[in-house]
Write a protein that binds this ligand. Structure first.
Ligand SMILES: C[S@@+](CC[C@H](N)C(=O)[O-])C[C@H]1O[C@@H](n2cnc3c(N)ncnc32)[C@H](O)[C@@H]1O
Length: 270
């Protein structure tokens, strides 16, 4: 027998996909998009029980949504970040806590800081940082002696992130570099955080293979894979040493990798 929650989740996934694929405007300026995504996130948060999660991820009736919905959600997220960055820049108070998902980002960031708090890094970078690089700002507040770099190839996102950094008084601690993360060169002993919407990960990992850095990779597990695709992970040169737990207070999980000193090129062929 189909449970109410299962049916509710199937409906929310289908309705969000149908709406997002027909709407031109995926920004919060479109209230139908906002309410559909809010409902979808709330519903998926309740669907963490293993049996239900397994059903949602394997049912053929949602195959198209599984493939396409995260792409549309990614576009909506970029729009939402720009919308909120503009709103905060033009407000007098510029209080980051006004942002709808501030509690989730604070939780996510707190959990990530727990992963690396035993170590100290010469710099922390955030690849695919977006217009509202909350993670970078929160980390800069938490690690006042460590420079933080935001990397994004979107001109407008970089301009908004820079303006926001100035407005909240973090301009000297958080720099913004407009470039493709594929070309990013970390310094020695850097922590590189890969955002969940970062494109071109395989090539980025290949490039980082030759650097002395640690990595945090934002991943997506269980039914949250209707919001973000599961992340490709580094296969060589890095070793996962810890990860955050799936938790209803945050959407992403994060995996912490350090350089695998035992890795030899021969393992690659295995
Ligand atoms: C919505 S945003 C912000 C990140 C999001 N808050 C998260 O945690 O994933 C994703 C950003 O990644 C940027 N991006 C994606 N792939 C990139 C790449 N290879 N190089 C630089 N920026 C990239 C996009 O331009 C976009 O602004």
């Amino acid at each position: 027998m189909t449970s109410d929650l299962q049916q509710q989740a199937v409906d929310a996934i289908r309705q969000s996909y149908a709406l997002l694929s027909r709407e031109q405007n995926l920004s919060p300026g479109n209230s139908a998009v906002t309410s559909s995504l809010t409902h979808l996130v709330r519903t998926l948060t309740q669907c963490q029980a293993p049996e239900l999660a397994k059903f949602l991820l394997s049912t053929p009736e949602l195959a198209r949504e599984r493939e396409q919905l995260p792409i549309l959600c990614g576009l909506a997220e970029c729009e939402m970040e720009k919308f909120w960055a503009r709103k905060l820049i033009s407000s007098t108070a510029c209080d980051l806590a006004d942002f709808w998902y501030f509690p989730e980002y604070t939780e996510l960031c707190r959990a990530e800081i727990d992963l690396f708090k035993q170590r100290s890094f010469s710099r922390i970078s955030f690849l695919g940082s977006g217009a509202l690089p909350l993670t970078a700002f929160l980390i800069a507040q938490h690690c006042p002696d460590t420079p933080v770099v935001c990397v994004d190839y979107d001109v407008e996102a970089c301009e908004l992130a820079s303006q926001l950094g100035r407005k909240i008084g973090l301009k000297d601690r958080v720099s913004v570099e407009r470039m493709d993360a594929l070309k990013y060169e970390p310094v020695e002993n850097e922590l590189v955080i890969c955002a969940s919407l970062l494109q071109g990960r395989e090539e980025i990992y290949r490039r980082l293979d030759h650097h002395d850095c640690a990595l945090i990779v934002r991943d997506s597990e269980g039914p949250y894979q209707y919001l973000y695709k599961a992340a490709e992970l580094p296969k060589t040169h890095f070793r996962e040493i810890s990860k955050t737990k799936v938790d209803p207070r945050r959407i992403n999980t994060s995996r912490f990798f350090i350089r695998d000193l035992e890795f030899t090129g021969n393992d690659q062929a295995a």
